[in-house]
Design a protein around this ligand. Structure first.
Ligand SMILES: Cc1ncc(COP(=O)(O)O)c(C=O)c1O
Length: 382
């Protein structure tokens, strides 16, 4: 007899009995995903405006992604970076070709935090300087290095206060840098902080200030890359040159991947042993990356993100922050009750660290009827 997945799952029991209690969970047990919708064990379907936390850019369980990943799984699931591997070559090439022209090399890891760790390490290595400037409201991940440049006490409280020589500057103001600064790191859209969106003047001002003192500009595009803003990367959206761009989330359509893209000038100074990871750019991850890139191209998803923004802005009378399919609806009062009421009506959205901001991070191939349904449901809630 051939064992099935359902037989392996069996009667799993209560997750809290086994998983460390690090997450405040929603009262949902999601068992299936299809396009822009997910289904619970009791058969209810939900529009996924939360996007599995900004991950499901090409939608859930996309048929092309499934087929390509299964094909790779049959051939070879994993071999390390000590060998050449055609599927890895193709994935790295596809990423570099999708990225801004100055970013000529990529290092692949397993998460957004790791992508940022690599970026910070490379920046210190390249400049020989110790200090990093980050911004108030930032979120860059939960490993110690990434946490050192994450602003909120809520995430930092277990980190060593001195870890990493970081200075935090007010969001939106170009800080005056000194010669000790290795890099400035920021999210072009501070999603967790409530979709606080950089202006062109801010980003270009940072670029000029970095150039003045020889510091690198790192864009954390963990949420903004792969077409989500309506351009390939946020660097393209604002037409600003970054020395390092990091990403993760939807890079491989849900397969865990961290991406650190590096400018040619920085890449030239990197040599064997400067960074490494076992799983990064493994064959299965590479196939998932390639499949995701293919779907983005074939379905014209970059242009579709811009269309989602246009329609959402037309449907909502209030302030809408962000760009493309990374949007924040601003309400006069706390959104938590609205988020819960939407959930009861089959629509998943997200909150943020700003209690008045509801976050929308849906798949880019979201059917437009979902926008009408969200708008009318919100209207009915008053
Ligand atoms: C902007 C940003 N950077 C970094 C991270 C960390 O990514 P990961 O959770 O994959 O480590 C996140 C995660 O939400 C993020 O939103």
């Amino acid at each position: 007899m051939t064992i099935t997945l359902d037989e392996l799952i069996g009667q799993p029991g209560n997750e809290a009995d086994w998983q460390l209690a690090t997450y405040a969970k929603l009262p949902l047990d999601i068992v299936r995903g299809e396009g822009s919708r997910v289904q619970t064990a009791d058969g209810r379907w939900f529009w996924d405006w939360y996007g599995g936390h900004a991950v499901a850019l090409i939608g859930h369980s996309h048929p092309t992604w499934r087929r390509i990943v299964a094909e790779q799984a049959e051939r070879l699931v994993f071999y390390s970076n000590v060998v050449y591997c055609p599927v890895r070559t193709a994935a790295c090439r596809a990423i570099v070709e999708f990225a801004p022209a100055n970013l000529s090399r990529v290092f692949l890891s397993n998460s957004g935090a790791e992508a940022n760790e690599a970026a910070l390490k490379l920046a210190r290595h390249h400049t020989g300087k110790p200090e990093i400037v980050a911004f108030e409201g930032s979120f860059h991940g939960r490993t110690l290095g990434a946490l050192a440049v994450t602003h909120s006490e809520k995430y930092r409280r277990y980190a060593l206060p001195e870890y990493g020589h970081t200075r935090f500057a007010p969001w939106g103001e170009v800080p005056s840098l000194d010669e000790n600064v290795a890099a400035v790191i920021l999210e072009p859209v501070q999603s967790m902080a409530g979709m606080r969106t950089a202006t062109s003047a801010f980003l270009h001002g940072l670029r000029a200030e970095c150039d003045r003192v020889g510091a690198l500009l790192i864009l954390d595009e963990v949420q903004t890359a792969w077409g989500r803003l309506g351009k390939n990367f946020a660097a393209d959206f604002w037409n600003v040159r970054a020395d390092i761009v990091t990403s993760a989330k939807s890079a491989a359509g849900g397969f865990p991947v961290g991406v650190t893209l590096v400018d040619d000038g920085v890449a030239r100074g990197v040599k064997s042993g400067d960074q490494g990871t076992t799983f990064g750019a493994g064959p299965l991850a590479s196939a998932a990356l390639l499949a995701t890139q293919y779907v983005i191209r074939e379905e014209g998803l970059v242009a579709r993100a811009a269309e989602i923004e246009r329609r959402v802005r037309a449907a909502f009378p209030g302030e809408v922050r962000g760009h493309g399919a990374l949007l924040g609806l601003v309400f006069p009062d706390a959104v938590a009750p609205r988020v819960a009421a939407l959930r009861d009506r089959g629509i998943l959205t997200g909150g943020s660290d700003d209690p008045r901001v509801m976050r929308l991070m849906p798949p880019l191939n979201l059917p437009f009827e979902a926008i009408d349904e969200l708008a009318s449901t919100l209207r009915s809630l008053g």
